[in-house]
Design a protein around this ligand. Structure first.
Ligand code: BEZ
Length: 304
């Protein structure tokens, strides 16, 4: 059995059709069917229910599918790790969600570059969900995101939990509450959340926090990105909920209020490939924690 057989089998399961799988794999259907037959012969079992339309796996086929997926993902990981180790000029490619740039990401990357001038650093903005795929395909080496997304090929470390704030226009009655507001104070307001693509995302996370308290905001408008949401607030169109680090974005008449509910937090995760034990990754972790020390941010370093 070769990896190619696993790829063929996975494509047939996912497309639920030999014809569609053959198109996806850019091969003709008869050789594809033959390869799957050979696989069934080698294993001495049926992988698909005979005559099922759309095509369904047998119980053994389903078991084989799940393990084939794992093997293929491992193979991809081995390929990208080997390439990475063999590179003469080492590159660390960092995927990140854009809101992190307004927080400590820029400080972390600056420090990392200063301490490791021989490394080439590349940065790519992408959603947390995209980061997982990009890590597995070797397009990035590290992902900084805000969502709890699990994948067997990826190690995710919680760096810290950032408090949320409400951005309001200075003329808004809530702006007087400088000590802070509760989520319940916000449900009748026009809320701007972001982004409006790649769900689950930060907007999903904020909605989830409201539901945790049994609250449902009445007027939500999702916009493309943080800056746009804050622009609407500065135009006195409504209120935006952001992580505290967005407070570095200053616009006229824009003011930020702490959100006092305990669960009003957004976690920050660093994700790396499971197999990646390289010194560059360890060094990047060191830079994160050095910046936390400078900013007096508490952290738990037991994981990495
Ligand atoms: C932070 O704000 O804690 C952070 C931002 C980007 C990467 C790592 C940490």
């Amino acid at each position: 059995m070769e990896l190619r057989h696993l790829r063929y089998f996975v494509a047939v399961v996912e497309e639920q059709s030999f014809t569609k799988a053959a198109e996806k794999l850019f091969i003709a259907q008869p050789p594809l069917s033959r390869q799957i037959q050979n696989l069934e012969q080698e294993l001495g079992i049926q992988l698909f229910e005979r005559g099922s339309r759309p095509l369904k796996t047998t119980e053994a086929g389903q078991f084989f599918y799940l393990h084939a997926l794992k093997l293929l993902s491992n193979a991809e990981e081995i390929k990208s790790m080997t390439k990475r180790i063999g590179m003469t000029e080492r590159t660390v490619t960092i995927g990140f969600v854009s809101s992190l740039l307004f927080g400590l990401l820029s400080n972390i990357v600056y420090l990392f570059k200063q301490q490791h001038p021989h490394l080439k650093i590349e940065m790519e903005e992408m959603a947390t969900t995209e980061q997982i795929q990009a890590l597995k395909e070797g397009r990035i080496d590290v992902g900084f995101g805000r969502l709890r997304i699990s994948d067997p090929a990826v190690k995710r470390v919680l760096l810290r939990e950032e408090r949320l704030v409400a951005a309001v226009h200075a003329s808004h009655p809530l702006a007087q509450k400088t000590e802070g507001v509760y989520l319940a104070d916000l449900i009748d307001q026009q809320l701007f959340l972001y982004p409006n693509v790649n769900k689950p995302n930060f907007s999903t996370q904020v909605r989830g926090i409201f539901s945790e308290y049994g609250l449902e905001p009445k007027k939500i408008r999702e916009v493309r990105e943080l800056q746009l949401a804050l622009g609407f607030v500065a135009a006195s169109e409504g209120i935006c909920i952001t992580p505290m680090s967005a407070q570095s974005i200053r616009l006229t008449h824009l003011t930020y209020l702490p959100i006092l509910d305990e669960s009003a937090i957004s976690p920050i995760f660093m994700a790396v490939r499971n197999m990646d034990e390289s010194e560059d990754i360890r060094a990047l972790f060191d830079s994160v924690y050095q910046v936390y020390d400078l900013e007096a941010i508490p952290y738990d370093r037991s994981v990495f």
